[in-house]
Design a protein around this ligand. Structure first.
Ligand code: RB5
Length: 143
């Protein structure tokens, strides 16, 4: 599996759009839900995707809620997860180059589909720079 994806109801439509983008890139995707615009609780989906990434089921995940805030907060409670809430090309690139983010979080009520496309493409195409950043990323897991 290449990407594990999840959203709450506010991110459902954007999640379906992102799944199309990923399919066009030939990536395999597992969808952890939700599966409609019926109101649900974002921590369920944030943690489901985060636990799957932490377990090694895929190298990277994508999460979407209304703001991206709640679902990223929930994901970041899982050890080993670095969920980055990205708003634009700059934060998408930096989250990979500097933070080695293994989950991209976005807000469907904040971003247009065009902005989401740009963020997803940059995030997928950008590698971690390592070096001094690797030491800092390692420190995130320290008590
Ligand atoms: C749902 O109404 C909304 O609270 C949720 O999608 C998210 O924005 C929470 O952080």
């Amino acid at each position: 599996m290449d990407i594990i994806i999840g959203s709450d109801h506010a991110g459902f439509a954007a999640k379906e759009y992102v799944k199309e983008l990923l399919a066009q890139r030939g990536l395999s995707v597992e969808d952890k839900g939700c599966f409609s615009e019926e109101s649900v609780h974002y921590p369920i989906y944030g943690k489901a995707v985060a636990k799957a990434i932490a377990a090694g089921e895929a190298p990277r995940g994508i999460l979407i809620c209304g703001t991206g805030i709640g679902i990223s907060l929930a994901a970041n409670k899982v050890k080993g997860i670095r969920a980055a809430l990205c708003h634009d090309a700059f934060t998408a690139r930096a989250s990979r180059e500097h933070n080695d983010a293994n989950i991209l979080a976005m807000g469907a009520r904040v971003l247009s589909l065009e902005q989401i496309k740009e963020i997803v493409e940059i995030w997928l195409d950008t590698e971690f720079l390592g070096g001094r950043h690797a030491e800092r990323v390692a420190m995130i897991e320290e008590d």
